[in-house]
Design a protein around this ligand. Structure first.
Ligand code: LFR
Length: 480
């Protein structure tokens, strides 16, 4: 038997659109232990009709969380590294010294809608941009956000020197180094999916200065020591896949033969597959397949389904919403006992993007189809779970058609994996068994990439193999 080794400690900073957390990972003898040392809410701040992030507030929380992480390590141990992952597409425009020169817009802000409509009126352009970047046209793409910024403020071409995506920006605050990580850059609709590097034609199309973007860095790069936080002396910053979706997928113990569908269920449901080639056909574009880049060379064709955003926003409108896990489980069980809804929602309705009232937006869609809207919260829960299940199944069917693959199973991680009604609805609608895993997906994937960069774990396949037996899983068989 090999002698026990002393643990390696890594901290994952994992920022989501509704909450952020700092997780301390400890790796010893092929086994991972995680501890949530800090969690904090995150929300969009509205100002004069626009949506913004509170980036200084997030930075304060990140520092606090990292100090907690270092303080939670037993005497004699040391925090080896830190990695940052966040939601995709959002960014900070800075001057050459890294000071922000433009507001921190949030991706659900609707200032890009007109530009999107203009683009959609030109199918040839849409297709060219998709073939080049592998990313479909969505109103929140960085490409459109930067195009809107330059159009509204032409002087930005001079005042801004760099565009740092959110993980890049936090990496800069931590290490003092500016870089654009390939995985997060891949969400921008500006990277050349086939040749690597930035797509010059796409940058030209959106009138984005190429000088704003540095050569995309591969996952695993050592950005140097943390600066300015005394408790983190000697800890290095590692560029993990900055995109939370990439990290979440990295934590999914998928079969090596590509026969699993990967489903990360949070604010967005992200339904995808692993592949060695991008899906770039017109049908893939119509299905809004985004080709995620891991920054290690792999491609993951996936689609965003509206996700638990529908649930989170609907719950806000009910005073009697559950506040504990027990109450939540009771509500889900009651919803499971209701008869199936007579008509499901089209969960991809753009009206669900950022409505003032989600309940009103749901009711409006049902009324358009002459269906009586639900009254009680429990009925909304049933309707949303069944509709999401169908939304997931639609993507699975498209991925199968486009890739020619036969999928045998769905592996689900994220908050939704705890919702048995959503798991069962997804298994039923796809007619595939679904394995729900209890794992803090993006934080664990973030830590996995640090361990690989530190050469403690050989590669992702090895990490997944070692992780699987440590996970609490539950399988849902499809019922008709
Ligand atoms: C999930 C996610 C999705 C991305 C969306 C917007 O948190 O990163 O992958 O499409 O947020 O950035």
């Amino acid at each position: 038997m090999p002698a026990p080794t002393s643990p390696v400690y890594c901290a994952a900073v994992d920022l989501g659109a509704t909450s952020g957390r700092v997780i301390l990972g400890s790796w010893a003898n092929g086994s991972l232990t995680t501890q949530e040392v800090h969690r904090f809410p995150n929300e969009v701040r509205a100002l004069n009709g626009h949506a913004y992030w509170d980036i200084p507030g997030l930075w304060q929380q990140v520092q606090q969380g990292l100090v907690h992480a270092a303080g939670s390590i037993p005497a004699g141990g040391k925090l080896a590294s830190v990695g940052v992952d966040t939601w995709g597409v959002d960014h900070v425009l800075t001057d050459a010294t890294g000071n922000p020169v433009y507001p921190f817009f949030a991706y659900r802000d609707d200032r890009t809608q007109q530009l999107l409509a203009d683009l959609q009126a030109h199918p040839g352009q849409l297709r060219r941009i998709y073939r080049a970047t592998g990313i479909p046209a969505v109103f929140y793409n960085t490409s459109l956000q930067l195009a809107a910024a330059v159009a509204a403020h032409p002087g930005l071409k001079r005042t801004a020197a760099r565009c740092l995506f959110l993980p890049d920006y936090f990496n800069f605050l931590l290490s003092g180094k500016m870089s654009n990580g390939q995985s997060i850059a891949g969400t921008a609709q500006l990277l050349d999916i086939s040749r690597g590097g930035w797509s010059a034609a796409t940058l030209r199309h959106f009138k984005i200065p190429p000088s704003w973007l540095g050569a995309p860095t591969r996952t695993g790069k050592n950005l140097g020591p943390v600066k300015g936080i005394a408790a983190l002396k000697g800890t290095r910053v590692i560029a993990v896949p900055g995109h939370d979706t990439t990290c979440a997928y990295d934590a999914i113990p998928a079969a090596a033969d590509g026969s699993d569908i990967l489903l990360s269920s949070g604010t967005w449901s992200i339904v995808g597959m692993e592949s060695d080639r991008a899906l770039l056909s017109d049908e893939a574009l119509a299905a809004r397949i985004a080709n995620d880049q891991t920054g290690r060379g792999e491609i993951r064709p996936l689609a965003n389904v509206t996700g638990l955003w529908l649930m989170e926003q609907t719950l806000r409108e009910f005073a009697a919403r559950p506040t504990t896990t027990g109450q939540w489980n009771k509500l889900v069980s009651a919803a499971a006992r209701l008869p199936a809804p007579s008509r499901l929602l089209d969960v991809n309705d753009p009206a669900f993007g950022n409505p003032p009232s989600m309940r009103a937006a749901i009711n409006a869609q049902l009324k358009r189809h002459r269906v009586k809207p639900p009254q009680e919260l429990v009925e909304y829960v049933r309707l949303i779970c069944d509709s999401l299940g169908q939304g997931h199944a639609d993507v699975v069917a498209r991925l199968a058609r486009l890739s020619g693959c036969t999928f045998k199973r769905i592996i689900m991680v994220g908050g939704g994996a705890k919702n048995k009604l959503l798991c069962q609805a997804t298994a039923n609608a796809t007619a595939l068994p679904l394995m729900a895993c209890e794992v803090e997906g993006s934080a664990v994937g973030n830590i996995a990439n640090q361990l690989i960069a530190l050469r403690v774990v050989k590669n992702l396949a090895t990490f997944r193999q070692l992780l699987l037996p440590q996970l609490k899983t539950r399988t849902f068989k499809p019922k008709r």
